[in-house]
Design a protein around this ligand. Structure first.
Ligand code: HEC
Length: 153
């Protein structure tokens, strides 16, 4: 791999997108659907949802998303966590939203929504423009190691 293609951890998603430009995996498969999903969680005031367990406040990310992240879970997830701590999989209707920051600068939002056919993935610029949507391999490949694809908890 030429050194110009080497990924810094902060740039890995953009880099993966560049690498994937020729590999047939369209990372932005459903931009309209992703916009609708973001509008829905914003209308629901996701920043006042419960925080994910272990993420009671903004803290450093070990992922590819941003330097520090806030992770919020909707009622469906909170309920599943409260009633089945050893959960095998989260139920349909589960939504997890992650906001990424570099210092105080808001950089991106990433969302996972559990649908009847599995997790739907989306990531947005700070302005709310989808950069990834649908079932991009870049999300799936890294999240595959999680508990039901969830990496944070
Ligand atoms: C290189 C690995 C990697 C890639 C690629 C990646 N993630 Fe993540 N993601 C993580 C890790 C690790 C976490 C745990 C929280 C943290 O450290 O930021 C996480 C957390 C999340 C969360 C919070 C819920 C959870 O699973 O913990 C969402 C939502 C999310 N990612 C969405 C996405 C989307 C959408 C994509 C594709 C655009 C994506 N991720 C690509 C590593 C990755």
């Amino acid at each position: 791999m030429p050194s110009s293609f080497r990924c810094s951890s902060a740039a890995i998603l953009a880099c993966a997108a560049a690498l994937c430009a020729g590999c047939g995996d369209d990372g932005n498969q459903d931009a309209d659907g992703a916009r609708a999903l973001l509008a829905r969680v914003q209308a629901d005031g996701y920043r006042s949802w419960d925080r994910a367990p272990g993420w009671e406040e903004r803290r450093a990310s070990s992922g590819a998303h941003a330097k520090a992240v806030d992770i919020f879970v909707n009622d469906r997830v909170a309920e599943a966590l409260a009633t089945q701590p050893e959960r095998a999989a989260l139920p349909a209707g589960s939504v997890i939203v992650k906001d990424g920051y570099d210092g105080d600068d808001f950089r991106l939002t990433a969302i996972m929504e559990k649908r009847n056919d599995g997790w739907y993935w989306a990531e947005y610029s700070a302005a709310g423009d989808p950069s990834f949507s649908g079932h991009p391999n870049v999300c799936l490949n890294c999240h595959r190691t999680g508990n039901d694809f969830v990496r944070a908890f």
